[in-house]
Write a protein that binds this ligand. Structure first.
Ligand SMILES: [Zn+2]
Ligand SMILES: [Zn+2]
Ligand SMILES: [Zn+2]
Length: 941
């Protein structure tokens, strides 16, 4: 007889091979067909569920998605799916940042020569089309990753209503007094021809020419320091931006630092005492170690404060006239005092160019100095600069300037230095500071800065260093320059009187404009006349009736930073503050900060309760991915090769607190892990195919010991998994579930169960006991994994018998809740002991196999010498020991210490269960079977 047919071998359609790249799109279709996410939201709504709002930081609508997008959106999706399973109404509205320079840039590049002929309205229309195109593309790519969102109703910063809300928020800020206009040095990109925000600057190394320059003190310097010395003296300055020298207006010293007047090499000059030798080495062109006391003579020692007011001759002849004509109380071209001067670098005498430096600008203002800013938007010197420079690009002017200094005997030394320098984040060109008229948000008005810092303390930061990072940035940030000299964006709703230049910044007019924009979008600003836009009719200053519209647009960080206002506050389905903002760590500088500033400035509250930041995806060596290096890994390729669930596993299993490495090797490891987890599920499915809960379920008290153990372990898994999901520790969850599947299930529980599952009578109590628990494990495990393996979990779910599940999709299910009654700590301890002995025994058996004494472990007879403490426990399990150790027989003996002996067993092999037993041959009806199998056969026939 063919006894094999009498075994309960596993049956399932859930294949070993995943085939995710082909199968996943089918699931997407099924979800779409049944409108799954919307239906769930609808049901939550019906049940009056609370909302959970993860507010999407809008990615820029430019290009296909890259690994950074995939990482970010998958993390968000895990949160959304988890919260949904918890029963909350987690409505996730995706956003896109649509305005701004990069898109305008792309459009302009495509236009080439035609760009000169295009009106702002035509350019804007092309930009809108461009952005919309990428919104559509990225939507499809995000969907393919299994991400749930209200894809049909995203928020776009170029939506008319969104644009109107940006204007309204701007109006609120005007009303509260935060908005102002002024001349200030702002970061400027000559390539992009626009001001840049702090957030748009990246630092990179740059080689600059550094020069030591001699400025000749004007007559009267000696009296200033109470000295009767006669003859000349000079101030020596040091700068790494020689191109700013035409803007020099003063020399700053620190009031409390010690300075000396020194004579060396025929030169008499002032220098900070601590930098004396260094500067002498410059003057004498000598190595610092070779300088002896005879090389120089200190003539006088003074405090910096005593130098104040010493005048000097301008470097350029063009300015001499100005100096001579200026009244005696002007401080131009004189020594001023500033606290930011240090004795760490240079000479202690600092070149001040108010038009090109933040600190320079402020100190110059306090002294009432002039502002000589002769650089235009393209980075070229304008009229007013020395003649030989007019029309030249500043970064190409160091050479002629140095030549000029040399000819006129101002130059002491020049050298090249490599240092960290600001670059434009878009075009990567070197940027510079340029004083221009701009619109600002005053971050100190109404104590905004302090209040932001205070309210930030009331937010949960994951990881915690996010707080320190952002608060340091807020503490040190300058006022926010919000104007940009471009076309593609939201206009700054301000008017200027044509006759008297009066600036009209009026809240009610701004709100009128917002209404117009709500209907027709920001294009109305360009298409409509002032009269059509609002009720402004007469200038309150001069009574004239003609106005110009502001041509600057708002910084895009204002656009996206307004999302809490435009979206969260306006939607009844969403919470404000949101529960969670979740973005890459670059957003401390960007969106987290702009959102926080605008939210506190506009309505005195935080925009989010919790913020999570993640690192970046880097290559296998930890290098930044870049097209030019050729180390880019794209999510599209990964999906094609492995499937979206593997991309999701990659994301979930990585510790996002740091940068995350990706390579073929790393993906192969993930595939391996995935297979193990998949096979665990497959085993559960295969061995429960004939289990019908209504008829077959075994009550808890009647479960066998090992099944109760597994059920207890499952509760611990639920508890830990919930904790990990709740705290966004997905990589810990992954480790937990991987350990559970491989160590606790596959190589222990299942191993022990196999004999029982395959060879027992199908409806025997032992088999049903195991199936009762296996079903529970499978249902629970699938739900725990569902937020990560969004497709695989559906596949498992579909392959479960229908009678098991009330819902057709796993994502409709609720989150597992642990049952404390199933937790049995003492039972777990018992099995821990057994597990320990088993591990040792398996090694001994393995050795026997390696030595070819036995073939399979079932050919072994195990004798366990057990100390008292183990003996009682093992006696209790004596009936099951052979099954536990996967041998044919286990004998136990009391001994002083643990000793395990394995030998080859005598007896014959049962052809049905393969166990060696002396009983084989005893039953004449089943001569080839052991007594156990004979009994089973008796029951079956
Ligand atoms: Zn640029
Ligand atoms: Zn006027
Ligand atoms: Zn048998």
């Amino acid at each position: 007889m063919d006894y094999k047919k009498t075994l309960n071998l596993p049956q399932t359609r859930f294949s070993m091979k995943a085939g995710l790249p082909q199968k996943e799109p089918l699931w997407l279709e099924k979800w779409k067909k049944s409108d799954l996410y919307k239906n769930i939201l609808h049901e939550r709504e019906k049940n009056g569920a609370d909302s959970y709002t993860l507010h999407d930081g809008p990615p820029y609508a430019n290009g296909n998605i890259h690994m950074g997008h995939a990482l970010n959106k998958v993390l968000k999706d895990i949160v959304v799916k988890y919260q949904t399973m918890k029963g909350l109404k987690a409505k996730y509205i995706p956003g896109w940042d649509c305005h701004g320079l990069p898109i305008e840039h792309q459009v302009m590049q495509k236009l080439r020569k035609k760009k000169q002929t295009k009106t702002p309205l035509e350019v804007r229309a092309l930009c809108r089309e461009y952005a919309q195109n990428f919104v559509t593309k990225q939507t499809e790519e995000f969907k393919r990753l299994g991400i749930w969102a209200c894809w049909d109703t995203p928020y776009l910063t170029m939506d008319y209503s969104y644009e109107a809300n940006i204007i309204r928020l701007f109006g609120d800020l005007v009303e509260r007094g935060y908005v102002g206009r002024g001349v200030k040095p702002v970061h400027w990109c000559a390539q992009c021809e626009t001001a840049l925000a702090e957030a748009e600057i990246e630092y990179d190394t740059h080689v600059s020419s550094s020069v030591y320059v001699r400025l000749k003190c004007s007559e009267g310097w000696a009296e200033k320091i109470g000295s009767n010395l006669s003859g000349g003296a000079s101030l020596i300055i040091w700068t790494t931006t020689p191109w700013t020298l035409p803007s020099n207006m003063a020399v700053a010293v620190h009031p409390k630092l010690d300075y000396v007047l020194v004579e060396a090499g025929g030169e008499t000059f002032f220098v900070a005492k601590d930098l004396l030798l260094k500067v002498i080495s410059v003057v004498l062109a000598k190595d610092i170690d070779d300088i002896s006391e005879s090389d120089y003579k200190v003539l006088s020692e003074i405090k910096g404060s005593q130098l104040e007011g010493i005048r000097y001759e301008p470097l350029f002849d063009e300015y001499k006239k100005d100096k001579d004509e200026a009244s005696s109380d002007t401080k131009d071209f004189s020594v001023i005092l500033a606290d930011f001067v240090t004795a760490e670098d240079g000479t202690g005498c600092v070149h001040i160019a108010p038009g090109h430096g933040e600190e320079d600008f402020h100190v110059a203002q306090s002294y009432g100095l002039g502002l000589r800013m002769f650089v235009d938007g393209r980075g070229k010197y304008m009229n007013g600069a020395p003649d030989f420079l007019v029309g030249k690009f500043i970064f190409k002017s160091n050479e002629p300037i140095i030549e000029y200094l040399e000819t006129n005997e101002f130059l002491l030394k020049k050298e090249e230095i490599s240092h960290s320098y600001p670059h434009c984040w878009r075009c990567h060109k070197v940027t510079f500071l340029r004083a221009t008229e701009q619109w600002f948000i005053n971050v100190d008005h109404n104590n905004l800065r302090e209040r932001v810092l205070e309210i930030m303390d009331d937010v949960k930061w994951v990881p915690e260093w996010g707080f320190t990072r952002l608060s340091e940035m807020v503490k040190n940030r300058p006022h926010w320059c919000i104007s940009r000299q471009r076309a593609w964006g939201v206009p700054i709703p301000v008017f200027y009187c044509r006759s008297c230049s009066h600036t009209v910044l009026d809240v009610s007019l701004i709100r009128e404009v917002a209404e117009k924009i709500d209907n027709k979008g920001c294009d109305v600003w360009y298409s409509d006349t002032v009269n059509e836009l609002c009720s402004l009719s007469k200038c309150e200053k001069c009574g004239e009736e003609n106005f110009d519209k502001e041509t600057d647009i708002l910084d895009v960080w204002f656009d996206s930073g307004a999302s809490h206002y435009a979206l969260l506050k306006k939607s009844i389905d969403l919470n404000f503050p949101a529960q969670l903002y979740l973005e890459g760590s670059d957003q401390h500088r960007g969106w987290f900060q702009s959102s926080f500033l605008l939210s506190v400035a506009g309505s005195d509250v935080k925009p989010f309760e919790e913020v999570l930041t993640h690192g970046f995806v880097v290559d296998g060596q930890g290098h930044k991915m870049s097209k030019s290096v050729g180390n880019v890994v794209s999510p599209q390729k990964l999906i094609q090769a492995y499937g979206a669930d593997l991309v999701r596993l990659f994301v979930a299993s990585s510790d996002y607190a740091d940068d995350i490495k990706i390579s073929d090797d790393i993906m192969r490891q993930k595939v391996d892990a995935y297979r193990k987890i998949r096979n665990t599920c497959r085993f559960l499915l295969g061995n429960t195919f004939d289990f019908c809960p209504e008829k077959d379920e075994v009550a808890y008290k009647e479960l066998t010991s090992i099944d109760r153990w597994a059920l207890s372990k499952l509760q611990i898994l639920i508890e830990r998994s919930t904790y990990y999901y709740e705290n966004h520790l997905f990589h810990k969850f992954y480790q937990e579930i991987y350990h559970f599947c491989t160590t606790e299930m596959s190589s222990f529980y299942f191993d022990i169960l196999k004999d029982r599952l395959y060879t027992a009578t199908p409806k025997s109590i032992e088999r049903l006991s195991s199936q009762t628990v296996m079903k529970e494990i499978l249902i629970t495990l699938t739900r725990l994994m569902a937020p990560i393996f969004v497709f695989t979990s559906e596949d498992i779910w579909e392959n479960m018998p229908d009678s098991w599940k009330p819902k057709s999709f796993v994502h409709e299910e609720s989150w597992p809740i642990k049952n404390d009654q199933f937790i049995d700590a003492s039972l777990e301890k018992e099995w821990e002991k057994i597990h320990e002995v088993r591990d040792q025994a398996l090694k001994i058996i393995e050795k026997l196999r390696a030595d070819k004494v036995i073939g399979s472990s079932l050919e072994a007879l195990l004798t366990l010498h057990l100390p008292e403490s183990f003996f009682d426990l093992f006696s209790e399990y004596s009936d099951n020991l052979a099954m536990i150790f996967i041998v044919s027989e286990v004998k136990i003996v009391k001994d002083t210490e643990l000793k395990i002996v394995a030998t080859k067993i005598n007896g014959s092999k049962c052809v049905r269960c393969w166990i060696y037993s002396p009983s084989v041959g005893e039953n004449l009806e089943h001569i080839e079977l052991c007594d156990k199998c004979s009994t089973v056969m008796g029951e079956l026939l």
